[in-house]
Ligand binder design. Structure first.
Ligand SMILES: Cc1cc2nc3c(=O)[nH]c(=O)nc-3n(C[C@H](O)[C@H](O)[C@H](O)COP(=O)(O)O)c2cc1C
Length: 168
């Protein structure tokens, strides 16, 4: 898939088929995420990966009010921020966002669906991730990505808006 095709056709997927996500696919997603740019090349990210059914089910209640998509997801990757690794102080969330978007686009290319679930700055979700996935206190849960073969097909959206552009 060409880069622009991936960017222009990716959608957030919140329903998944009962088909496993392989270790090889997960490795590819992690490779894509870790190839992201980061301020000062600090790479202040950490990844918590699970394919454990009980943990995925528990995430539904702990993070998203019982959201059924976690009960359908076959894997999940939590991106965490390790502030001690920031190349420049305060840039970690931007670095983790770059990793997150790489992960989403790579998933799309692999034929997997995912959606960015906001965790950082949402205290009950941070606590839920720590409890279910055993995230240590020195890491800040940043964003969670349930994964699976898409159980819904969403049309691409074209969102270009000239009014958001200032030509000077
Ligand atoms: C920073 C960020 C936080 C998001 N948090 C959530 C979330 O908590 N739950 C959710 O269902 N979708 C979440 N999303 C997905 C957005 O709702 C989605 O990207 C947006 O509606 C556009 O749809 P699309 O991704 O299909 O293009 C988040 C997206 C971003 C970038």
């Amino acid at each position: 898939m060409k880069t622009m095709d991936a960017i222009m056709t990716r959608r957030s997927i919140r329903a998944f088929e009962n088909t496993p996500v392989s270790e090889e696919q997960i490795k590819t997603l992690l490779e894509a995420a870790m190839n992201a740019p980061s301020a000062g090349d600090g790479r202040p990210w950490r990844f918590v990966v699970t394919t454990d059914r009980a943990k995925l089910d528990a995430l539904a209640d702990a993070v998203d009010e019982g959201n059924a998509m976690f009960k359908q997801a076959q894997a999940a990757i939590l991106i965490c921020l390790d502030e001690s690794l920031e190349g420049f102080k305060g840039f970690g969330p931007q670095d983790c966002s770059c990793a997150a978007q790489n992960l989403q686009l790579a998933a799309h290319e692999l034929g997997l669906g995912t959606v960015w679930i906001a965790i950082i700055n949402v205290p009950p979700r941070v606590a839920g991730c720590r409890k279910v996935l055993g995230v240590s206190e020195n890491l800040i849960p940043f964003a969670l990505f349930p994964l699976g073969v898409p159980g819904e097909q969403l049309e691409p959206e074209f969102r270009y808006d000239e009014s958001r552009v200032q030509r000077v």
